[in-house]
Design a protein around this ligand. Sequence first.
Ligand SMILES: Cc1cc2nc3c(=O)[nH]c(=O)nc-3n(C[C@H](O)[C@H](O)[C@H](O)COP(=O)(O)O)c2cc1C
Ligand SMILES: C=C(O[C@@H]1CC(C(=O)O)=C[C@@H](OP(=O)(O)O)[C@H]1O)C(=O)O
Length: 388
Amino acid sequence: MRYLTAGESHGPQLTAIVEGVPAGLELTAEHINEDLARRQKGHGRGRRMQIETDRVQIVGGVRHGATLGSPVALVVENKDFTHWRNIMGADHVDEDAEVKRQITKPRPGHADLNGAIKYGHRDMRNVLERSSARETTVRVATGAVAKQILKAVGVNIACHVLEIGGVKAEQTSYQSLAELQEKTEASPVRCLDEEAGQKMMKAIDEAKENGDSIGGVVEVVVEGMPTAVGSYVHYDRKLDSKLAAAIMSINAFKGVEIGVGFEAARKPGSEVHDEILWSEEQGYTRKTNNAGGLEGGMTTGMPIVVRGVMKPIPTLYKPLQSVDIDTKEPFAASIERSDSCAVPAAAVVAESVIAWELASAIVEQFGSDRIDLLQQNINEHRKHAAQF
Ligand SMILES: Cc1cc2nc3c(=O)[nH]c(=O)nc-3n(C[C@H](O)[C@H](O)[C@H](O)COP(=O)(O)O)c2cc1C
Ligand SMILES: C=C(O[C@@H]1CC(C(=O)O)=C[C@@H](OP(=O)(O)O)[C@H]1O)C(=O)O
């Protein structure tokens, strides 16, 4: 499967075209809207989220709640566009100098300066409109399609927040993914540990009061993946490399860990590698899951555990120093609105991009035209792996 997205943050809409979705998959706007709403939530979001109520329009590839096998086209409208119609000039040319006023002051931590140099834009609005994380809206929509594929083959996925601004969740254990989902959905910071969640909210409020911003760590957990999905034979077919790239593709994400991740550097091999067990009922299992469900670029059948670190939001009310590209004079940027922390929202984005990679790997390995054949192939594969 593959997809492309198009659209600017303050343009009329975001669009995604998703190709290779098997025919016969149950898919409605409701499935997607649920995740779009989850992405909008979270303590620390700015005023833009009060303007938008993200809803998808499925404009291709689906009839009467099921996919056709043709490209699935998804649209999410930017309500804020009504305020930006003239500035964006998406459908007309406006010669009014005030309307076309250029952004010549690059914001540290954003794509502004590098993007302007790369594409030769003297007006950095031409960069920031597309580099904005507004695009994650349609990536969550494509992730919701992927989640329908995962659901059809018995794979469940959830996300939660482990850390914000140095406040760590102490209590991170849960009985089931359903419990994890339910509890974190009720938390304003998507954190399982209520007490830590309160402290995280306080940290966000304090950062905001100080004109600052904070980042954090999110975790995605996946259960029910068949064993031996992915490959070890080529760098670009290793599933762990695809998951890492997916996390790193999210705006503001600066690091990724799978399983024990960086902790592996501080432990001996005997405490890192997951010993192999076999039983009549369960087939092959592992004593531990330090590998986070991946070995040799393939799934082990144990839960997949991926974490990502998000840097603090770069646009600050407390201005950072930069240089005007026209005058070359230094200036301290002031801003109108921004999120002060988007870690809870970014957790949903992380869940979506991981869902996409896993569903793609499944479709690639087990066939792609019809969801019923895909289900049959996976059932066969599960039997093969258990009896192996
Ligand atoms: C859900 C989400 C919301 C974000 N909101 C903002 C924001 O309001 N203000 C801002 O400056 N950056 C925000 N960012 C981060 C920037 O988009 C990001 O730092 C920027 O595009 C530069 O990319 P890089 O940090 O990956 O290098 C957000 C990121 C995500 C994932
Ligand atoms: C619009 C979203 O996030 C935006 C991401 C973003 C950025 O620079 O990445 C900047 C802000 O946009 P604005 O400048 O319009 O307030 C956020 O609101 C969204 O998540 O849907």
